[in-house]
Design a protein around this ligand. Sequence first.
Ligand code: NAD
Length: 315
Amino acid sequence: MTVILNVEPKNYSAAARAILEDLGEVREGPLTRAALLDALSDVDVLIVRLAHQIDAEVLDAAPRLRAIVSATTGLDHIDLQAAEARGVAVLSLRGETEFLRSIPATAEHTWALLLALVRHIPQAFASVLAGEWDRDRFKGHDLAGKRLGILGLGRIGEKIARYGRVFGMQVAAYDPYRADWPDGVARRATMADLLADSEVLSVHVPLNASTVRLLGADELRQLPRGALLVNTARGQVLDEAALLDALESGHLGGAALDVLWNERSGAAESPLAAYARAHDNLLITPHIGGATYESMAATEIFMARKLRRFLQGGS
Ligand code: NAD
């Protein structure tokens, strides 16, 4: 009997669960890391989200493991080399371009963050909750007419380009790996060209060796004074100390982040969280970009079917 351990089953789609139950014995977390290490000895398939770092220690605790299933495109929570070395397949959404085009959650959240940032929505609502009705304190900015720069024009970046155009923004992007190019998006030849021109910069690159700290102090300085930055990609693509400096010096007008460098351990202690507590121009959400019922159910069902094909000996 195939043993499937689903470590983060909260709100898991019932339809996906039904597929898994046809495939074997399904066990469910949630588990601390210590409990996870103890629970793996007879597990064949491990279904994860982002709560756990699946590293060599976890893999060594799972001698029967055949597959790790992650309904994500980013795979930095899994040690891919360690998995490959042990012959463990990693099934994910990476490369599932056609399916992913139908998933809007992270792009919609990116846009929600941008609107919340330019219109001070969290602070305005907090003031209403505090019994105030102050129409002067929350004057914001238009998006229409502004220059939107998109770093990484993949699945999410392309949706953001479309939203930007609908909002009347001038949209440009930098993506050196992309062959085709959508209409209505100006192509920038270098990242420096994009940065120099972006009143709003939205970051949508994958995290890999060449994108760690892609945006450091030098790059942030290339943005026009007062620019806004939105990052829903991965915390590590941004040098957070440089971002803090750029906010404190006033060079950046504001930022909105859905991801932090150390979000799995000690996000609350992040200097950025401390800055956000004391200032209105930094918004942080706890990596909820992809977290909608519709998008998560669709991805869970897709991954359960992919696991079925894998267990039946397909690709
Ligand atoms: P994607 O692979 O479809 O697109 C990424 C694009 O970035 C590609 O077109 C690639 O060519 C380009 N790129 C790579 N390196 C680059 C560089 N150095 N400069 C410019 N462009 C570069 O990925 P996606 O599905 O659009 O995801 C984008 C990001 O969003 C990823 O980091 C992913 O992990 C993250 N993400 C976050 C959430 C969330 O909940 N916040 C959810 C899903 C995805």
